[in-house]
Design a protein around this ligand. Structure first.
Ligand SMILES: NC(=O)c1ccc[n+]([C@@H]2O[C@H](COP(=O)([O-])OP(=O)(O)OC[C@H]3O[C@@H](n4cnc5c(N)ncnc54)[C@H](O)[C@@H]3O)[C@@H](O)[C@H]2O)c1
Length: 435
């Protein structure tokens, strides 16, 4: 099939590369010329494991093309995926400016029937809205269907190639058939392609992310209670996850959830519910618990060092909102660093891939933040280590070296990746989350 993907970001590039990998001809469009030029030179603008290999293979085979021209891509394609960003507005509703502009550009470029697929996470009812935006700009027939994306940054390629399920929201048999053919290579192990009406498909995406965010916030609230009553959230978690009704995923206490999806999608669901005057107390509580949790690690630091941190330097390991990505959107590290910096501390950070994006967001706060070239450099003369993102390389570090580089052997473990007893035995003051 011939496919255009409008928006070549974390979702669009992965989707485009995976569709091309199964033999389709794919045109990835972005209105950021620097991004497209880089991709044409074979440079991948984001960090996503496995993506570079796919992109290079399909580019070499002339199945994957990059362009800034929506017209070129739409003229050549039967199916158009919308994968532009839908970032949150200050009131929590998604900003649909990019989707609206892209819809008009696609409509203008049509030269016959086209199937338009909303892959961006969009408010419930957007399939109709996109159709209304397009109608004035084309005389050709088209369908708009919903196909929400469930990939996780860090494992996006694997998730796309082997999805748990594919959701297709359409009232048309013909559209469902086209989409089923397109996705058939990805569900050969029997994972379902679920057909539903477009509203339910749009809602499914928000439901999943809000539910996962709620699980995390539930564990984070429990972890704070554990700290007061003297329990260990890690043991509680194990006791819970062995119950098949609960399952084992997204039940880790930590520094709060971040990223481009959970915070935004939770807010968007709340905004929709408010418009329809339906109470969403659970989701709203998950959101406020998360805002509290992002600051919780700092309360551990001030409990140990006091509230005046002017003479203190802290090493921060991990900046990205989770491992295996360079995405800094809504990353808890930003809140933690801002809070510590606000109390006068100097910060030395290390992240294997996200430092450049972090610098774009935070800068150096007047030389208050240093971005180091290695994890151990960040420790030099620091008063404590804070582990904020659980990159694999932080899991089994040289604790002897850590101890010799730090001014004081103090570790705040925001992801509970270390064994408290072992660290205490080695002479560290250790503080995890909820233990
Ligand atoms: N990132 C994720 O993990 C994830 C997962 C599932 C769903 N989603 C959803 O997918 C959508 C895209 O997310 P993302 O993280 O890939 O965003 P992103 O910001 O990484 O990428 C969006 C891209 O669209 C481009 N763009 C904007 N307007 C355009 C236009 N008119 N024409 C061409 N290109 C245009 C931007 O330049 C940018 O490169 C969002 O709605 C998001 O909620 C994201």
């Amino acid at each position: 099939m011939k496919i255009a993907v409008i928006g070549t970001g974390y979702v669009g590039l992965v989707a485009g590369a995976c569709f091309a990998d199964t033999g389709n001809t794919v045109y990835c469009v972005d209105n950021d010329p620097a991004k497209i030029e880089a991709l044409k030179r074979g440079e991948i603008p984001i960090y996503e494991p496995g993506l570079e290999t796919l992109v290079k293979r399909s580019t070499a085979e002339k199945r994957l093309f990059f362009t800034t021209s929506t017209e070129e891509a739409v003229t050549a394609s039967e199916i158009i995926f919308m994968a532009v960003g839908t970032p949150p507005l200050p009131n929590g509703e998604p900003d649909l400016r990019f989707l609206k502009a892209a819809s008009e550009q696609v409509a203008r470029a049509m030269t016959g029937y086209r199937l338009i697929i909303n892959k961006s996470t969009v408010p419930i009812g957007s399939h109709q809205v996109v159709a209304e935006w397009m109608k004035p700009f084309t005389k050709y027939p088209f369908d708009v269907a919903s196909n929400p994306e469930f990939l996780k940054e860090g494992t996006a390629v694997d998730d796309f190639l082997k999805p748990d399920r594919v959701v297709i929201g359409t009232d048309s048999d013909k559209v469902f058939e086209m989409m089923s053919d397109l996705y058939a290579p990805f569900v050969r192990q029997g994972n379902p392609i679920l057909r539903m009406d477009p509203v339910s498909a749009e809602m499914t995406k928000y439901a999943c992310n809000s539910f996962l965010a709620t699980r995390i916030s539930f564990m984070n609230e429990l972890s704070q209670l554990c700290e007061k009553v003297g329990g260990d959230i890690e043991l509680v978690r194990k006791g819970m996850t062995t119950d098949v009704r609960i399952g084992k995923h997204f039940l880790y206490a930590g520094v709060g959830y971040g990223g481009s999806c959970f915070p935004k999608d939770v807010q968007a669901l709340m905004a929709t519910a408010e418009r329809y005057q339906v109470p969403m107390e659970i989701v709203s509580a998950a959101e406020s618990a998360n805002a509290r949790q992002k600051k919780h690690m700092v309360s551990h630091v001030t409990a140990h060092f006091g509230k005046d941190l002017t003479a203190r330097t802290f090493a921060i390991w991990g900046l990205a909102f989770k491992p295996n990505t360079d995405d800094m959107r809504e990353a808890p590290a930003v809140t933690i660093i801002d809070e510590l910096h606000g109390l006068g501390a100097r910060i030395q950070t290390f992240d294997p891939v996200a430092s450049e994006n972090a610098r774009k967001i935070m800068g150096t706060r007047g030389e208050g933040i240093r971005y180091c070239a290695s994890a151990y450099e960040a420790l030099e003369n620091a008063d404590a280590l804070l582990v904020v993102t659980e990159w694999n390389e932080f899991r089994n570090p040289d604790f002897g070296r850590i101890k010799s580089l730090l001014r004081q052997p103090v570790i705040f473990d925001g992801r509970n990746i270390y064994d408290p007893a072992k660290l205490r035995e080695m002479g560290f003051t250790y503080r995890g989350i909820g233990r």
